[in-house]
Design a protein around this ligand. Sequence first.
Ligand code: ZN
Ligand code: ZN
Ligand code: ZN
Length: 499
Amino acid sequence: MLRYLSRSGFLPSYAFPTDTATFERADTRESIAHDAVRSLKDYAPGQLVYVRGQKYLVDQIDYRRGGLLTAEGTATLLERNVCRRCEAVNPGSVEFCEVCSSDDLEVVPTAPMRAMRGKPRESITADEERRARTGFEVSAHLGAGEPREAVTFSYPRLRLSWERGARLVMLNRGRRDRRTGHAEPFLVCDTCGTWFERLPEAVSSGPGKKKADKHAELCPAGNVKRTAFRVEREVDVLHLLPDMDGLEVDLQELQPFLASIREALELGTRVILEADEGEVQGFDWPRPVPEPGGQERLAVLYEDVPGGAGYLRQLGERLPEVATAVLEVVEGCSCERACYRCLMTYANQEEHEILERHLAVRFLRGLAAAPPARGVTVPRLSDGLLSGRPRSPIEAALLRACIEAGLPRAEAQHAFADYDADGREHVRTIPDFAWPEQRVAVYCDGWEFHSSPEQRAADAERRGWLERQGWQVLAFWGREIVNQPEVCVARIADALRGS
Ligand SMILES: [Zn+2]
Ligand SMILES: [Zn+2]
Ligand SMILES: [Zn+2]
């Protein structure tokens, strides 16, 4: 009930301080609160908000109320690095994606969606009207960082991975251009938060020019910057990894298949677990796997409930029961592809065209007959570390194997210093894992066909130096780690015992 009220905008903003965004009416200074994720669209600059019959145009970020001002009085428009390979959202400070270690990152300035303002608008120009009908580019991403807890469930032709406390980042990159389909970033002042339809310096006449001149006078220190809006949350997620070959899903079917199984399971959370519509949502995600350039697409469901209600963990545990109930609905429907009686909902409108109940049936049949699965807890990488963190899926795979074998904790990315002839300190080498007490260092070498003879010579030179300092040095190729983790771990264990 609380949740419904907060979404509908009736609750004051203190109800869920991190889950709501506020909109303040510039004329009355009254404000209303709204679910933050929905606000990404509804309170975006240029949107019309209706309050008690009055029309308002959202045209300013309220930095003060949003807690976004720095000591210098400018706003903190934080950069995020969006990975072009795996779509993860990383902090602005990284050089490599923390999820897949790719360096192909897109720097995106972002403003958190927290507090917006708008002025009453009696009349709406044709231009504004047209603009308000164009859609935004809103996307869901997983953020970097390890979840608090992870459990896997194995079913026939499906592996589920449940995580508590995963980071979900929603971005609104701007309105799509009607012709190109690309998002046009929002233009906002970093000092007063005013929104501009066009860059002030690019406007030479009309009301835009008047607004730009007035702004230059009132806010002389302001810089108008391109930005996206973001909402970040910790949520429960369930990764669905179907065996595409076993289920005979071909490439053209992949997107409809993933969308249809997501919606089928979302329907299951409502039918069996009594979730409300919209509490479980999902998206597809290109997941990095420990192989060169390796990637697989999977479906992700997340629970959009403050504090978490546990629907997704239950879904993992009770999947056969859920699949049986959903199969009855989806198989028994009389529509051709999908309808509101089976897979369609108001919330999944954008995917209505690709939903296909027969794909969901193919997926659910094997599951309905399966015995319930016991969850297996995945070790947390931090349980195997004294410091640092792995930088790639291969390193993470080796570390997991070490934890499972009960090896002592390691330091990841431990830097070894050396001195120049003139006494200056510099970093000589950084093994991926080091056990300082036993003086054992491990390098994960990636993939042999990616390394040049020069690189190998340089690696050998650095490792020779480390051995001369009294360390045992081991190196493994990605292929060895992926195919025979137990062999790698046994060699590390031997080295740690000093044999
Ligand atoms: Zn990545
Ligand atoms: Zn300004
Ligand atoms: Zn139907």
